[in-house]
Design a protein around this ligand. Sequence first.
Ligand code: PNW
Length: 491
Amino acid sequence: MAAQSVPQLRKDFLWGFATASFQIEGSLDTDGRGPSIWDGFSRTPGKTLDGGNGDVATDSYRRYKEDIALLKSYGVKAYRFSLSWSRIIPLGGRNDPVNEQGIAFYSNFIDELIKNGIVPFVTLYHWDLPQGLHDRYGGWLNKEEVVADFVNYSKASFICFERFGDRVKHWLTLNEPWCVAVLGYGRGVFAPGRSSDRNRSTEGDSSTEPWIVAHNLILSHAYAVKLYREEFKAKQGGVIGITLNGDWAIPYDDSPENVAAAQATLDVAIGWYADPIYLGFYPPYMKQMLGERLPEFTAEELAVVKGSSDFYGQNTYTTNLIKAGGNDEFQGNNIQTFTRPDGTQLGTQAHCAWLQTYPEGFRALLNYLWKRYKMPIYVTENGFAVKNENSLPIEKAQNDTDRVEYFEGATESLIKAVTEDGVDIRSYFAWSLLDNFEWADGYDTRFGVTYVDYKTQQRYPKASAKFLVKWFGEHIPSDKVEEPVPTSKEQ
Ligand code: PNW
């Protein structure tokens, strides 16, 4: 196919893969790192599906050069990874010492990326809160303490990467605050595992804590951004924002209550965070649902929260059909299903129950976010876990046709959203570079485009990696000067 006929993304479009510190690093006691809430949680029997924990993961703390060589071989433009708060400030707090060894690790890591022409896209917090802060004052539940400590940790991060030469231009404060609040303090399936469900947890109140935690997460994000803008942005010239998770919601049928329910689901999944941050208020539906249980921002706080993201960051995986009814507040008191009224499924089922392939929903979501929030969009995660991949021999797992189908659909939706719908999209990070520690699923669920043999730590590219490499190679204009087409077979 002639290159000119292929629709193109921006020349500076950032495509690559995403990971998170706790899911890949291992080496939890190395070089002065302190414990995080996920260390103990994942080691507690019954908390992960297969009993897996983060002690080794993909051993990426030790193998980071190998990981970066892999990224290089895939030809990515950028890599999204997260810093471990517990490596930078082992005890976590603003009066606790900064750990030079932790900083040196990430500094070397970033140097290695840059040396290989890969843009570092850094998440400050991907769920691994220092255990010390949880023990000392209840972690995310304690507004006065945690906001100040998160801002201090962010400042230490901005300073260290300034000190080592001003190399990070893309910052994300928090990854998926919805998961932190709902899964950590509502359902209790993620660390710190608090819930009203006494079969799960001896502590916690699911009717109040998630809303409080979310409020404190929003404030922590906003005050970290304020600091960056006031003290670092002019010198470093970077952008900073937050990344949310949320999936497209389609009314189950065209009845007015189900149409309203789909919007209410978006309000609770996405608007809960995005409305205050981009529009300056919590969604009215949430106020109606929660009344006094929804915390309020002071005028001073709101002035910091509104407009506190330079872009719109989104992780998204699937689409749900929405029916009115039910009493699950985390779904806006609505019911989610993949089964259409005629009994058919929306798409191909993934290994995890919450995920089916539905690329049209990805395109619709991008359009919705663009119209509602009017910010350039960074897609920071998107991916698929093939059913029962973990029980396949490596060669079979490498031929991951369901994941290829998922990415074929996603990339087609992406390019159509850009070129046909006019949505301003700046990045696409597939989740994930490697199979890794999938939180409460342990190692049973594999999201990688690269297979990891956990016995040997050998990495094996899957077909999906090859698909993405080829697709982005064809859809991003290259900086290289056009060279004459080779006439021999030699490459
Ligand atoms: C995201 N859900 O988490 C995270 O950012 C990653 O760390 C994770 O590995 C990836 O998606 C795959 O799960 C999610 O229940 C966890 O809808 C749960 C859900 C969504 C995203």
